[in-house]
Design a protein around this ligand. Structure first.
Ligand code: NCD
Length: 319
């Protein structure tokens, strides 16, 4: 599959279906075969990296990072992924760009494009910003998280991490616990996990799980114990205080008392059920430091899978 992205042998090239997307805005644009192709390629990228091999699929291309919100994992892993594919990386933190002088976001992205940037990785607090960018600039756009809406590469890396642990997602019960209403991670995960055959339980205070009642494959629980019981995997989320999440619960202390995850509560889930968290974690709020460091925790694995998944996405979009 990897050869088919560069200069492939004719036979492989004929077999590989053309990648039909110019942008990655959310996982709901991908059909089942495309999700599998992306995850399969991520696994190949991971083995190549493990063997210390380099790939030059994006040689002479420029990837621009345009982040208008704080980020550690996503930004660094996109940068590492682009460099691992041989691309040049231009990092333009939006708070240090001419946006602060009054230039519009779109004009700023067009400036990136005019300097030769072919792929823009955009994170923005406004839901929908990458969609506007994709309509307004000629470069490829990858959504690295838009407001409360979507975070497609996070969902892909979560699915890869869950499959590593569970083998398959078909028929598995995944509990997502916490501030679901403000979470782009949860929204993209609901799409992807159900597309891969899992059922999803949304667990949290009523104000944070409202609006998901009619999603196929999704159930809702306001009681942590009920939501965790026999879950095959559990995903905790950060309380998004920067998105006014605090209004959904009386106090953070009360949230922690009723919905905070610790090792004892996790024992309600299936034996050895893995724990995921997209990070950054607020230890002592949504999970205890002991649980985050426990053998169940795949938080570190999520981060390293993030590089492989972003390599796969960048390579597929450029193919
Ligand atoms: C998430 C995000 O930014 O949406 N973090 C990440 O990308 N790993 C989750 C969060 O900030 O809580």
């Amino acid at each position: 599959m990897i050869e088919s992205l560069g200069t492939p042998p004719v036979a492989d090239h004929a077999k590989a279906p053309t990648w039909r997307h110019r942008h990655l805005l959310d996982v709901d644009q991908l059909d089942h075969a495309e999700i599998e192709r992306c995850l399969g390629l991520a696994i190949e990228m991971r083995s190549l990296r493990d063997r210390g091999e380099r790939l030059d699929l994006l040689r002479s291309q420029i990837v621009g990072l345009a982040f208008a919100e704080a980020s550690t994992r996503t930004r660094v892993s996109f940068e590492v992924a682009a460099a691992a594919l041989g691309a040049q990386v231009v990092d333009l933190p939006i708070e240090a760009s001419s946006v602060t002088k009054g230039e519009s976001l779109i004009d700023t992205l067009r400036t990136l494009e005019r300097t030769g940037v072919g792929t823009i990785v955009l994170r923005h607090a406004a839901s929908g910003a990458p969609y506007l960018a994709a309509r307004s600039v000629g470069a490829r756009v990858v959504n690295a998280g838009d407001g409360t809406h979507a975070h497609p590469t996070q969902a892909l890396l979560d699915a890869l991490t869950l499959r590593d642990a569970l083998g398959t997602l078909e028929g598995k019960r995944v509990a997502i616990v916490g501030d679901i209403g403000h979470s782009r991670v949860a929204r993209s995960n609901i799409h992807l996990l159900t597309a891969l055959g899992a059922t999803v339980r949304l667990v949290g205070p009523p104000a944070w799980v409202r609006g998901f009642e009619d999603w196929p494959g999704v159930s809702i629980s306001h009681e942590l114990e009920e939501g965790l019981r026999d879950a095959d995997a559990v995903m905790a989320l950060r309380v998004q205080l920067e998105r006014d999440a605090g209004g959904g619960v009386p106090t953070l202390r009360e949230y922690t008392a009723r919905w905070g995850l610790d090792e004892e509560r996790m024992a309600l889930a299936a034996r050895d059920a893995p724990l995921l968290h997209p990070g950054p974690t607020n230890e002592g709020v949504e999970i205890t430091p002991e649980l985050a460091a426990s053998p169940r925790s795949l938080i570190g694995r999520q981060v390293s899978n993030g590089v492989a998944v972003r390599m796969a996405v960048l390579a597929l979009l450029a193919s």
